[in-house]
Write a protein that binds this ligand. Sequence first.
Ligand code: ADP
Ligand code: MG
Length: 504
Amino acid sequence: MSSHSAQPARDPRSDSRSESVRNEPALGRNVAPTPRSLAASSLEDQWSAMQDCVRAVVQPGQFETWFRRAALVHADGEVVRIALLDNFSRGWLDTYYREVLERAALQIFGSARRVEFLVDPEAVARPSLPPTGGTDNAPLPPGPSSAVGPEDAVRRGLLLSSDLGLNPKYTFDNFVVGPCNRFAWAAAAGTAEAPGKAYNPFFLHGSVGLGKTHLLQSLCVSLLERNPKTRILYLSCETFVNHFINALEDGDLQKFRNKYRNVDVLVVDDIHLLANKERTQEEFFHTFNALHQQGKQIVLSSDSPPRDIPTLQERLVSRFKWGLVTEIEAPCYETRMAILKRKSRDRGREIPDEVARLLAERVDSNIRELEGAVTKLLSYAGISGRPVSPELAREALRELFAARKGQPSMEDILNVVTERFEVKLSELQSKRRTNTIAFPRQVAMYLARQITRHSLEEIGGFFGGRDHSTVIYGVDKIHKRAQQDPETRALLDGLLAKLKATSE
Ligand code: ADP
Ligand code: MG
Protein backbone atom coordinates (compact mmCIF):
# COMPACT_ATOMS: atom_id res chain seq x y z
CA MET A 1 0.00 0.00 0.00
CA SER A 2 1.28 3.43 -0.73
CA SER A 3 1.31 6.12 1.92
CA HIS A 4 -1.68 7.51 0.16
CA SER A 5 -3.66 4.49 1.07
CA ALA A 6 -7.37 4.88 0.88
CA GLN A 7 -8.88 5.42 4.24
CA PRO A 8 -12.55 5.25 4.98
CA ALA A 9 -13.19 7.79 7.62
CA ARG A 10 -16.36 8.97 9.16
CA ASP A 11 -15.54 11.61 11.63
CA PRO A 12 -18.52 12.39 13.81
CA ARG A 13 -16.99 15.69 14.76
CA SER A 14 -15.56 16.88 11.53
CA ASP A 15 -17.61 19.14 9.38
CA SER A 16 -18.29 17.04 6.44
CA ARG A 17 -19.96 19.21 3.84
CA SER A 18 -17.64 20.85 1.45
CA GLU A 19 -20.08 23.71 1.16
CA SER A 20 -19.41 24.81 4.67
CA VAL A 21 -15.96 26.33 4.49
CA ARG A 22 -16.51 29.58 2.82
CA ASN A 23 -13.87 31.39 0.94
CA GLU A 24 -12.58 34.27 2.90
CA PRO A 25 -12.55 37.68 1.26
CA ALA A 26 -9.27 38.31 -0.58
CA LEU A 27 -6.52 40.11 1.28
CA GLY A 28 -6.29 43.80 0.62
CA ARG A 29 -9.73 43.97 -0.89
CA ASN A 30 -12.48 45.62 1.05
CA VAL A 31 -14.96 43.22 2.49
CA ALA A 32 -18.26 43.53 0.71
CA PRO A 33 -20.46 45.33 3.16
CA THR A 34 -23.61 43.67 4.31
CA PRO A 35 -26.48 45.93 3.29
CA ARG A 36 -27.05 47.98 6.36
CA SER A 37 -30.78 47.72 5.98
CA LEU A 38 -30.40 44.09 6.92
CA ALA A 39 -29.65 44.69 10.56
CA ALA A 40 -29.80 41.84 13.03
CA SER A 41 -33.37 42.51 14.02
CA SER A 42 -34.56 42.59 10.45
CA LEU A 43 -32.79 39.31 9.76
CA GLU A 44 -34.83 37.90 12.58
CA ASP A 45 -38.01 39.31 11.09
CA GLN A 46 -37.10 37.98 7.68
CA TRP A 47 -36.38 34.57 9.10
CA SER A 48 -39.63 34.58 10.95
CA ALA A 49 -41.44 35.39 7.68
CA MET A 50 -39.54 32.63 5.89
CA GLN A 51 -40.46 30.25 8.68
CA ASP A 52 -44.11 31.12 8.13
CA CYS A 53 -43.80 30.22 4.46
CA VAL A 54 -42.13 26.95 5.34
CA ARG A 55 -44.70 26.15 8.01
CA ALA A 56 -47.41 26.40 5.40
CA VAL A 57 -45.92 23.61 3.31
CA VAL A 58 -44.35 21.10 5.68
CA GLN A 59 -45.74 18.88 8.44
CA PRO A 60 -45.73 20.45 11.91
CA GLY A 61 -43.33 17.76 13.19
CA GLN A 62 -40.92 18.44 10.37
CA PHE A 63 -41.08 22.11 11.04
CA GLU A 64 -40.26 21.67 14.71
CA THR A 65 -37.40 19.31 13.97
CA TRP A 66 -35.68 21.15 11.19
CA PHE A 67 -36.73 24.77 11.04
CA ARG A 68 -37.31 25.88 14.58
CA ARG A 69 -33.69 25.70 15.65
CA ALA A 70 -32.14 27.55 12.75
CA ALA A 71 -31.42 31.19 12.05
CA LEU A 72 -30.99 33.50 9.12
CA VAL A 73 -27.55 35.04 9.50
CA HIS A 74 -27.06 36.77 6.21
CA ALA A 75 -29.15 37.93 3.31
CA ASP A 76 -28.20 39.96 0.30
CA GLY A 77 -29.30 40.27 -3.30
CA GLU A 78 -27.98 36.83 -4.15
CA VAL A 79 -27.67 34.67 -1.11
CA VAL A 80 -29.50 33.82 2.05
CA ARG A 81 -27.37 32.03 4.59
CA ILE A 82 -28.95 29.88 7.24
CA ALA A 83 -27.16 28.77 10.39
CA LEU A 84 -27.90 25.33 11.80
CA LEU A 85 -27.03 23.46 14.94
CA ASP A 86 -25.02 20.63 13.52
CA ASN A 87 -23.79 18.80 10.45
CA PHE A 88 -26.60 16.37 10.50
CA SER A 89 -29.20 19.13 10.14
CA ARG A 90 -27.13 20.69 7.43
CA GLY A 91 -26.98 17.51 5.40
CA TRP A 92 -30.66 16.91 5.88
CA LEU A 93 -31.86 20.38 5.00
CA ASP A 94 -29.53 20.52 2.07
CA THR A 95 -30.82 17.25 0.69
CA TYR A 96 -34.51 17.55 1.41
CA TYR A 97 -35.48 21.12 2.09
CA ARG A 98 -33.33 23.31 -0.09
CA GLU A 99 -36.17 23.92 -2.54
CA VAL A 100 -38.65 24.69 0.19
CA LEU A 101 -36.29 27.32 1.54
CA GLU A 102 -35.58 28.72 -1.91
CA ARG A 103 -39.30 29.14 -2.47
CA ALA A 104 -39.68 30.80 0.91
CA ALA A 105 -36.81 33.18 0.09
CA LEU A 106 -38.41 33.98 -3.26
CA GLN A 107 -41.65 34.84 -1.51
CA ILE A 108 -40.05 37.00 1.14
CA PHE A 109 -37.43 38.80 -0.92
CA GLY A 110 -39.36 39.02 -4.15
CA SER A 111 -36.66 37.42 -6.31
CA ALA A 112 -34.66 34.20 -6.26
CA ARG A 113 -31.84 33.77 -3.75
CA ARG A 114 -29.31 31.01 -3.42
CA VAL A 115 -29.67 29.22 -0.11
CA GLU A 116 -26.49 28.40 1.79
CA PHE A 117 -26.17 26.52 5.05
CA LEU A 118 -23.54 26.71 7.70
CA VAL A 119 -23.09 25.12 11.08
CA ASP A 120 -23.09 27.79 13.76
CA PRO A 121 -24.80 26.75 16.98
CA GLU A 122 -24.09 30.09 18.53
CA ALA A 123 -25.97 31.96 15.85
CA VAL A 124 -28.90 29.59 16.25
CA ALA A 125 -28.99 30.16 19.98
CA ARG A 126 -28.54 33.91 19.81
CA PRO A 127 -32.14 35.08 19.89
CA SER A 128 -32.79 33.13 23.06
CA LEU A 129 -29.79 34.53 24.89
CA PRO A 130 -30.01 37.39 27.33
CA PRO A 131 -28.82 40.63 25.71
CA THR A 132 -25.39 40.45 27.36
CA GLY A 133 -24.89 36.80 26.51
CA GLY A 134 -22.84 35.33 23.76
CA THR A 135 -19.39 34.75 25.18
CA ASP A 136 -20.12 33.05 28.44
CA ASN A 137 -21.09 29.60 29.52
CA ALA A 138 -24.76 30.04 28.80
CA PRO A 139 -26.55 26.69 28.69
CA LEU A 140 -27.67 25.42 25.37
CA PRO A 141 -31.23 25.98 24.40
CA PRO A 142 -33.46 23.00 25.07
CA GLY A 143 -34.16 20.75 22.15
CA PRO A 144 -34.87 17.17 21.19
CA SER A 145 -31.23 16.15 21.49
CA SER A 146 -30.46 17.87 24.78
CA ALA A 147 -31.54 15.20 27.22
CA VAL A 148 -30.08 15.65 30.65
CA GLY A 149 -27.35 13.21 31.54
CA PRO A 150 -23.61 13.00 31.98
CA GLU A 151 -23.16 13.74 28.31
CA ASP A 152 -25.09 16.89 28.77
CA ALA A 153 -22.95 17.93 31.68
CA VAL A 154 -19.93 17.53 29.47
CA ARG A 155 -21.61 19.48 26.76
CA ARG A 156 -22.65 22.31 29.03
CA GLY A 157 -19.06 22.67 30.08
CA LEU A 158 -18.04 23.91 26.68
CA LEU A 159 -18.52 27.48 25.72
CA LEU A 160 -21.60 28.06 23.69
CA SER A 161 -19.73 29.00 20.58
CA SER A 162 -17.98 25.64 20.53
CA ASP A 163 -18.96 23.10 17.98
CA LEU A 164 -21.78 21.26 19.61
CA GLY A 165 -21.09 18.42 21.89
CA LEU A 166 -18.25 16.26 23.00
CA ASN A 167 -18.63 12.61 22.22
CA PRO A 168 -18.89 10.91 25.62
CA LYS A 169 -17.09 7.87 24.21
CA TYR A 170 -14.03 9.95 23.51
CA THR A 171 -12.19 9.67 26.81
CA PHE A 172 -8.61 8.83 27.72
CA ASP A 173 -9.86 5.61 29.30
CA ASN A 174 -11.46 4.47 26.07
CA PHE A 175 -8.32 5.09 24.08
CA VAL A 176 -6.32 1.96 23.40
CA VAL A 177 -2.68 2.77 23.89
CA GLY A 178 0.15 1.20 21.89
CA PRO A 179 3.61 2.18 20.70
CA CYS A 180 2.12 4.23 17.84
CA ASN A 181 0.14 6.56 20.04
CA ARG A 182 1.46 6.25 23.57
CA PHE A 183 3.36 9.48 23.44
CA ALA A 184 0.42 11.41 21.96
CA TRP A 185 -1.89 9.99 24.57
CA ALA A 186 0.47 10.86 27.44
CA ALA A 187 1.07 14.36 26.09
CA ALA A 188 -2.65 15.02 25.78
CA ALA A 189 -3.21 13.78 29.31
CA GLY A 190 -0.29 15.88 30.55
CA THR A 191 -1.74 18.96 28.88
CA ALA A 192 -5.07 18.34 30.61
CA GLU A 193 -3.29 18.09 33.96
CA ALA A 194 -1.46 21.37 33.69
CA PRO A 195 -3.18 23.55 31.08
CA GLY A 196 -1.14 26.51 29.94
CA LYS A 197 1.96 25.12 31.58
CA ALA A 198 3.28 21.82 30.34
CA TYR A 199 2.98 22.03 26.58
CA ASN A 200 1.73 25.20 25.01
CA PRO A 201 0.67 24.90 22.31
CA PHE A 202 0.06 21.19 22.18
CA PHE A 203 0.13 20.28 18.49
CA LEU A 204 -1.02 16.82 17.52
CA HIS A 205 -0.68 15.63 13.96
CA GLY A 206 -1.31 12.41 12.08
CA SER A 207 -3.21 10.94 9.24
CA VAL A 208 -6.98 10.62 9.13
CA GLY A 209 -8.75 8.14 11.43
CA LEU A 210 -5.91 7.70 13.89
CA GLY A 211 -7.51 9.24 16.97
CA LYS A 212 -6.69 12.96 16.90
CA THR A 213 -10.24 14.11 17.52
CA HIS A 214 -10.63 11.39 20.13
CA LEU A 215 -7.62 12.68 22.04
CA LEU A 216 -8.60 16.34 21.72
CA GLN A 217 -12.04 15.60 23.08
CA SER A 218 -10.61 13.42 25.85
CA LEU A 219 -8.48 16.37 26.82
CA CYS A 220 -11.55 18.62 27.04
CA VAL A 221 -13.50 16.05 29.06
CA SER A 222 -10.59 15.60 31.43
CA LEU A 223 -10.20 19.36 31.91
CA LEU A 224 -13.89 19.69 32.67
CA GLU A 225 -13.80 16.80 35.10
CA ARG A 226 -10.99 18.52 36.97
CA ASN A 227 -12.59 21.91 36.84
CA PRO A 228 -16.06 22.26 35.39
CA LYS A 229 -15.59 26.01 35.22
CA THR A 230 -12.75 25.80 32.73
CA ARG A 231 -13.73 27.97 29.81
CA ILE A 232 -13.03 25.78 26.82
CA LEU A 233 -13.69 26.78 23.28
CA TYR A 234 -13.56 23.65 21.15
CA LEU A 235 -14.10 23.87 17.46
CA SER A 236 -13.12 22.68 14.08
CA CYS A 237 -10.94 25.02 12.11
CA GLU A 238 -13.82 25.31 9.70
CA THR A 239 -16.00 26.90 12.37
CA PHE A 240 -13.23 29.33 13.25
CA VAL A 241 -13.04 30.36 9.60
CA ASN A 242 -16.81 30.72 9.36
CA HIS A 243 -17.03 32.78 12.53
CA PHE A 244 -14.27 35.02 11.30
CA ILE A 245 -15.93 35.59 7.94
CA ASN A 246 -19.22 36.37 9.65
CA ALA A 247 -17.45 38.87 11.87
CA LEU A 248 -15.87 40.52 8.82
CA GLU A 249 -19.18 40.70 7.04
CA ASP A 250 -20.96 42.08 10.07
CA GLY A 251 -18.14 44.53 10.76
CA ASP A 252 -17.95 43.15 14.28
CA LEU A 253 -14.39 42.01 14.71
CA GLN A 254 -14.22 43.30 18.26
CA LYS A 255 -16.88 40.91 19.42
CA PHE A 256 -15.18 38.07 17.62
CA ARG A 257 -11.90 38.93 19.32
CA ASN A 258 -13.50 39.19 22.75
CA LYS A 259 -14.98 35.79 22.28
CA TYR A 260 -11.77 34.08 21.20
CA ARG A 261 -9.50 35.83 23.61
CA ASN A 262 -11.57 35.29 26.74
CA VAL A 263 -11.11 31.59 27.13
CA ASP A 264 -8.89 29.39 29.26
CA VAL A 265 -8.39 26.77 26.61
CA LEU A 266 -8.76 27.04 22.86
CA VAL A 267 -8.92 23.74 21.02
CA VAL A 268 -8.99 23.81 17.22
CA ASP A 269 -9.36 20.52 15.39
CA ASP A 270 -7.96 20.16 11.86
CA ILE A 271 -5.97 23.39 11.88
CA HIS A 272 -4.45 22.41 8.51
CA LEU A 273 -7.62 23.85 7.01
CA LEU A 274 -6.02 27.26 7.52
CA ALA A 275 -4.13 26.48 4.31
CA ASN A 276 -4.83 29.14 1.70
CA LYS A 277 -6.75 31.30 4.13
CA GLU A 278 -4.44 34.25 4.51
CA ARG A 279 -6.70 36.57 6.40
CA THR A 280 -7.88 33.92 8.79
CA GLN A 281 -4.27 32.94 9.38
CA GLU A 282 -3.51 36.51 10.25
CA GLU A 283 -6.39 36.65 12.71
CA PHE A 284 -5.45 33.31 14.18
CA PHE A 285 -1.92 34.58 14.68
CA HIS A 286 -3.24 37.42 16.84
CA THR A 287 -5.62 35.14 18.70
CA PHE A 288 -2.75 32.79 19.37
CA ASN A 289 -0.53 35.56 20.69
CA ALA A 290 -3.21 37.03 22.91
CA LEU A 291 -3.96 33.68 24.51
CA HIS A 292 -0.37 32.55 24.78
CA GLN A 293 0.67 35.76 26.46
CA GLN A 294 -2.00 35.25 29.08
CA GLY A 295 -0.76 31.72 29.69
CA LYS A 296 -3.91 30.20 28.23
CA GLN A 297 -3.70 26.75 26.72
CA ILE A 298 -3.88 26.22 22.98
CA VAL A 299 -4.43 22.77 21.52
CA LEU A 300 -4.31 22.04 17.80
CA SER A 301 -4.65 19.00 15.60
CA SER A 302 -3.63 18.69 11.98
CA ASP A 303 -3.15 16.11 9.26
CA SER A 304 0.47 17.16 8.86
CA PRO A 305 3.22 18.81 10.89
CA PRO A 306 3.21 22.63 10.97
CA ARG A 307 5.87 23.05 8.27
CA ASP A 308 3.92 20.88 5.84
CA ILE A 309 0.66 22.80 6.01
CA PRO A 310 0.50 24.48 2.60
CA THR A 311 0.86 28.26 2.63
CA LEU A 312 0.96 28.44 6.41
CA GLN A 313 2.71 31.67 7.34
CA GLU A 314 6.18 31.17 8.73
CA ARG A 315 5.37 32.97 11.97
CA LEU A 316 2.50 30.54 12.60
CA VAL A 317 4.70 27.57 11.72
CA SER A 318 7.22 28.73 14.28
CA ARG A 319 4.60 29.38 16.95
CA PHE A 320 2.99 26.02 16.44
CA LYS A 321 6.36 24.53 17.26
CA TRP A 322 6.83 26.53 20.47
CA GLY A 323 5.26 23.88 22.65
CA LEU A 324 5.07 20.21 21.90
CA VAL A 325 4.56 18.81 18.42
CA THR A 326 3.57 15.16 18.55
CA GLU A 327 2.74 12.70 15.85
CA ILE A 328 0.16 9.99 16.19
CA GLU A 329 1.16 7.09 14.00
CA ALA A 330 -0.68 4.24 12.34
CA PRO A 331 -1.24 1.39 14.79
CA CYS A 332 0.98 -1.65 14.67
CA TYR A 333 -0.49 -5.13 14.40
CA GLU A 334 -0.70 -5.74 18.16
CA THR A 335 -2.43 -2.43 18.75
CA ARG A 336 -4.87 -3.18 15.97
CA MET A 337 -5.67 -6.48 17.63
CA ALA A 338 -6.16 -4.73 20.99
CA ILE A 339 -8.43 -2.15 19.41
CA LEU A 340 -10.51 -4.82 17.69
CA LYS A 341 -10.95 -6.66 20.96
CA ARG A 342 -11.84 -3.53 22.81
CA LYS A 343 -14.31 -2.29 20.24
CA SER A 344 -16.09 -5.62 20.05
CA ARG A 345 -16.26 -5.88 23.84
CA ASP A 346 -17.71 -2.37 23.93
CA ARG A 347 -20.39 -3.63 21.59
CA GLY A 348 -21.19 -6.47 23.95
CA ARG A 349 -19.54 -9.28 22.04
CA GLU A 350 -16.14 -10.93 21.79
CA ILE A 351 -14.71 -11.77 18.42
CA PRO A 352 -12.55 -14.87 18.21
CA ASP A 353 -8.82 -14.36 17.77
CA GLU A 354 -8.71 -15.87 14.30
CA VAL A 355 -11.33 -13.40 13.10
CA ALA A 356 -9.58 -10.49 14.79
CA ARG A 357 -6.34 -11.54 13.09
CA LEU A 358 -8.04 -11.60 9.73
CA LEU A 359 -9.30 -8.05 10.18
CA ALA A 360 -6.09 -6.72 11.70
CA GLU A 361 -4.20 -7.99 8.68
CA ARG A 362 -6.48 -6.33 6.21
CA VAL A 363 -7.15 -2.98 7.86
CA ASP A 364 -3.77 -1.60 8.66
CA SER A 365 -3.83 2.14 8.54
CA ASN A 366 -7.03 3.55 9.87
CA ILE A 367 -8.67 2.97 13.22
CA ARG A 368 -11.99 4.31 12.11
CA GLU A 369 -12.04 1.67 9.42
CA LEU A 370 -11.24 -1.02 11.97
CA GLU A 371 -14.10 0.21 14.10
CA GLY A 372 -16.41 0.19 11.10
CA ALA A 373 -15.45 -3.39 10.30
CA VAL A 374 -16.28 -4.51 13.83
CA THR A 375 -19.64 -2.77 13.79
CA LYS A 376 -20.56 -4.22 10.43
CA LEU A 377 -19.43 -7.71 11.36
CA LEU A 378 -21.30 -7.77 14.65
CA SER A 379 -24.50 -6.42 13.21
CA TYR A 380 -24.29 -8.95 10.39
CA ALA A 381 -23.83 -11.69 12.98
CA GLY A 382 -26.73 -10.32 15.00
CA ILE A 383 -29.10 -10.18 12.04
CA SER A 384 -28.15 -13.55 10.62
CA GLY A 385 -28.06 -15.19 14.05
CA ARG A 386 -24.78 -16.90 13.19
CA PRO A 387 -21.61 -17.06 15.27
CA VAL A 388 -18.72 -14.78 14.41
CA SER A 389 -16.41 -16.90 12.28
CA PRO A 390 -13.88 -16.28 9.50
CA GLU A 391 -16.55 -17.31 6.95
CA LEU A 392 -19.01 -14.85 8.37
CA ALA A 393 -16.36 -12.12 8.33
CA ARG A 394 -15.63 -12.83 4.66
CA GLU A 395 -19.31 -12.52 3.87
CA ALA A 396 -20.04 -9.50 5.99
CA LEU A 397 -16.95 -7.62 4.88
CA ARG A 398 -16.84 -8.62 1.27
CA GLU A 399 -15.25 -5.41 0.11
CA LEU A 400 -12.32 -5.84 2.48
CA PHE A 401 -11.56 -9.21 1.04
CA ALA A 402 -12.69 -8.56 -2.50
CA ALA A 403 -10.25 -5.70 -2.84
CA ARG A 404 -7.47 -8.27 -2.72
CA LYS A 405 -8.89 -10.22 -5.61
CA GLY A 406 -8.35 -7.92 -8.49
CA GLN A 407 -11.36 -5.71 -8.03
CA PRO A 408 -10.36 -2.05 -8.19
CA SER A 409 -10.08 -0.67 -4.70
CA MET A 410 -10.72 2.80 -3.41
CA GLU A 411 -7.00 3.32 -3.49
CA ASP A 412 -6.90 2.50 -7.20
CA ILE A 413 -9.70 4.97 -7.85
CA LEU A 414 -7.96 7.71 -5.94
CA ASN A 415 -4.76 6.97 -7.82
CA VAL A 416 -6.27 7.22 -11.29
CA VAL A 417 -8.30 10.29 -10.43
CA THR A 418 -5.43 12.19 -8.82
CA GLU A 419 -3.24 11.31 -11.77
CA ARG A 420 -5.77 12.21 -14.44
CA PHE A 421 -6.66 15.58 -12.91
CA GLU A 422 -3.23 16.30 -11.47
CA VAL A 423 -4.60 16.96 -8.00
CA LYS A 424 -3.29 15.75 -4.68
CA LEU A 425 -5.09 13.27 -2.50
CA SER A 426 -5.00 15.81 0.32
CA GLU A 427 -6.82 18.26 -1.95
CA LEU A 428 -9.56 15.74 -2.66
CA GLN A 429 -9.88 15.23 1.07
CA SER A 430 -9.77 18.92 1.88
CA LYS A 431 -12.79 21.12 2.18
CA ARG A 432 -11.90 23.03 -0.95
CA ARG A 433 -14.76 23.27 -3.37
CA THR A 434 -13.29 25.09 -6.31
CA ASN A 435 -14.27 23.32 -9.47
CA THR A 436 -10.75 22.07 -10.16
CA ILE A 437 -10.96 20.06 -6.94
CA ALA A 438 -14.70 19.48 -6.54
CA PHE A 439 -15.12 17.93 -9.98
CA PRO A 440 -12.38 15.28 -9.60
CA ARG A 441 -13.69 14.58 -6.11
CA GLN A 442 -17.18 13.98 -7.44
CA VAL A 443 -15.82 11.83 -10.25
CA ALA A 444 -13.98 9.71 -7.68
CA MET A 445 -17.16 9.40 -5.62
CA TYR A 446 -19.08 8.35 -8.71
CA LEU A 447 -16.51 5.71 -9.62
CA ALA A 448 -16.45 4.43 -6.05
CA ARG A 449 -20.21 4.05 -6.13
CA GLN A 450 -20.07 2.23 -9.46
CA ILE A 451 -17.32 -0.23 -8.79
CA THR A 452 -16.75 -0.72 -5.08
CA ARG A 453 -19.06 -2.03 -2.43
CA HIS A 454 -18.41 0.77 -0.02
CA SER A 455 -21.43 2.39 1.56
CA LEU A 456 -22.17 6.06 0.98
CA GLU A 457 -20.87 6.83 4.46
CA GLU A 458 -17.67 4.97 3.81
CA ILE A 459 -17.17 6.73 0.50
CA GLY A 460 -17.69 10.06 2.27
CA GLY A 461 -15.06 8.92 4.72
CA PHE A 462 -12.43 8.65 1.99
CA PHE A 463 -12.94 12.31 1.20
CA GLY A 464 -12.21 13.90 4.53
CA GLY A 465 -15.28 12.62 6.34
CA ARG A 466 -18.00 14.00 4.12
CA ASP A 467 -21.47 12.81 4.92
CA HIS A 468 -23.64 10.56 2.82
CA SER A 469 -25.78 13.34 1.40
CA THR A 470 -22.68 14.99 -0.05
CA VAL A 471 -21.79 11.72 -1.72
CA ILE A 472 -25.32 11.31 -3.11
CA TYR A 473 -25.14 14.82 -4.45
CA GLY A 474 -21.73 14.28 -6.07
CA VAL A 475 -22.62 10.93 -7.61
CA ASP A 476 -25.87 12.28 -8.93
CA LYS A 477 -24.23 15.30 -10.45
CA ILE A 478 -21.70 13.24 -12.38
CA HIS A 479 -24.38 10.77 -13.42
CA LYS A 480 -26.53 13.53 -14.90
CA ARG A 481 -23.60 15.22 -16.51
CA ALA A 482 -22.49 11.99 -18.15
CA GLN A 483 -25.97 11.55 -19.59
CA GLN A 484 -25.95 14.98 -21.16
CA ASP A 485 -22.36 15.49 -22.03
CA PRO A 486 -20.46 13.02 -24.25
CA GLU A 487 -17.12 14.39 -23.10
CA THR A 488 -17.84 13.53 -19.50
CA ARG A 489 -19.03 10.11 -20.59
CA ALA A 490 -15.79 9.58 -22.46
CA LEU A 491 -13.80 10.74 -19.48
CA LEU A 492 -15.53 8.25 -17.21
CA ASP A 493 -15.13 5.45 -19.73
CA GLY A 494 -11.42 6.21 -19.94
CA LEU A 495 -11.03 6.11 -16.20
CA LEU A 496 -13.03 2.90 -15.90
CA ALA A 497 -10.90 1.26 -18.57
CA LYS A 498 -7.77 2.30 -16.76
CA LEU A 499 -9.08 0.93 -13.48
CA LYS A 500 -9.93 -2.32 -15.12
CA ALA A 501 -6.43 -2.52 -16.53
CA THR A 502 -4.76 -1.79 -13.18
CA SER A 503 -6.73 -4.45 -11.40
CA GLU A 504 -6.15 -7.22 -13.90
P1 ADP B 1 -8.93 11.56 13.48
O1 ADP B 1 -9.47 12.75 14.19
O2 ADP B 1 -7.45 11.40 13.68
O3 ADP B 1 -9.30 11.47 12.05
P2 ADP B 1 -10.68 10.13 15.25
O4 ADP B 1 -10.24 10.67 16.56
O5 ADP B 1 -11.96 10.65 14.72
O6 ADP B 1 -9.54 10.26 14.15
O7 ADP B 1 -10.72 8.53 15.37
C1 ADP B 1 -11.46 7.71 14.49
C2 ADP B 1 -12.20 6.65 15.27
O8 ADP B 1 -11.27 5.73 15.78
C3 ADP B 1 -12.94 7.21 16.46
O9 ADP B 1 -14.17 6.55 16.59
C4 ADP B 1 -12.04 6.91 17.63
O10 ADP B 1 -12.78 6.71 18.81
C5 ADP B 1 -11.37 5.64 17.19
N1 ADP B 1 -10.01 5.54 17.72
C6 ADP B 1 -8.90 6.12 17.22
N2 ADP B 1 -7.82 5.78 17.93
C7 ADP B 1 -8.26 4.96 18.92
C8 ADP B 1 -7.62 4.27 19.99
N3 ADP B 1 -6.30 4.33 20.17
N4 ADP B 1 -8.38 3.53 20.80
C9 ADP B 1 -9.70 3.43 20.60
N5 ADP B 1 -10.37 4.05 19.62
C10 ADP B 1 -9.67 4.82 18.78
MG1 MG C 1 -10.61 14.34 13.41
